[in-house]
Design a protein around this ligand. Sequence first.
Ligand SMILES: Cc1cc2nc3c(=O)[nH]c(=O)nc-3n(C[C@H](O)[C@H](O)[C@H](O)COP(=O)(O)O)c2cc1C
Length: 351
Amino acid sequence: MEKATHVSPLQLFQSKEPVKMCAPMVRYSKLAFRTLVRSYDCDLTFTPMIVCDSFLKSAKARDSEFTSNEGDRPLIVQFAASNAKDLADAAELVARYTDGVDLNCGCPQRWAVAEGYGACLIKHPDLIKDMVQQTWNRVDRSDFTTSIKIRLHKDIRETVELCRRAEHAGVSWITVHGRTKEQRGEPADHDAIRIIKEGVGVPVVANGDVKLMEDVRRIVEQTGVDGVMSARGILRNPAMYAGYDDTPFQCIQDWVDIGLSLGTNLTYFHHHLMQMLDQYLPGSEKVNFNSLTSTTAVLDYLETNFGIGWNPNKNFYTRNKEDLGCHSHGQSRILGKDHFEKFIDECTEDS
Ligand SMILES: Cc1cc2nc3c(=O)[nH]c(=O)nc-3n(C[C@H](O)[C@H](O)[C@H](O)COP(=O)(O)O)c2cc1C
């Protein structure tokens, strides 16, 4: 077995109080962004949600959905799955490149619920239990984690019961987004998260309205959680876990260097900049910046207005992580075609 050169998620829970996480975010939490936030004190990152079914069936889906590299650890792949076999199969596929899989039990979108994914799973604790157990049994690595990310039920007792059953099934930790599946902009219910934390023995991670280090401290104090997870806050300010209340220009500069060096496509590159610059641009300028349609135009804008340029030869590294062997971004790696073909052949032989 390869020797790990990074701290595993379980080690993080033992050594960090709290573990600071960047949420799974469709379209956003990709390799370049994960690299950026890690360099600003984020301990653990997630891929965007990947639908197991298409990931298992299509090489194209695998290539477009999962790209990683040597420095991209610790890393959790989040899957949307509706049955235990799919989740276990997908976990087996990604295990050698990652530290764990997370089951999405929180996505409230209608298409997901119609397919049996996401938030509808919290109504099926037996299914979650089965999915966790089968995944756990399938990947033969003691440091590989299986976690779940849930939303609240209307009755908190149901959520506590669900978490207890997941714990008995062997779940590694539970992330709780402190909203029900019907809630959107309402403040996250951190008191509910405290009740869940008091009801289980596995680590609990609080998600919802984590935007500043001050929020981190307050939520940890209020709930006793072992970790915190930010989505919209860290999108806007990827340096938040390093203690910055506003996005420092150096972070925007780093995004330009990392994003372009890793070949991020224009749409994602530009969208992240819109998020990070939101606090600095007045309304009319936002419209102007958001309407740019080429990388050159975006770079010209940044140079003219913020003095930020691209350093194509800069060998960036994950700051504060030098001792963990994460120095350079290296070559982006898309999961090898051969590896998948071998796996699919093995599955066919088994059935
Ligand atoms: C752009 C975006 C994409 C998201 N994609 C996912 C996803 O892929 N998987 C998931 O579990 N949650 C996803 N979420 C939900 C977040 O992970 C998080 O639970 C939610 O935004 C609450 O956290 P916040 O208050 O820090 O934003 C997404 C949220 C945003 C804003």
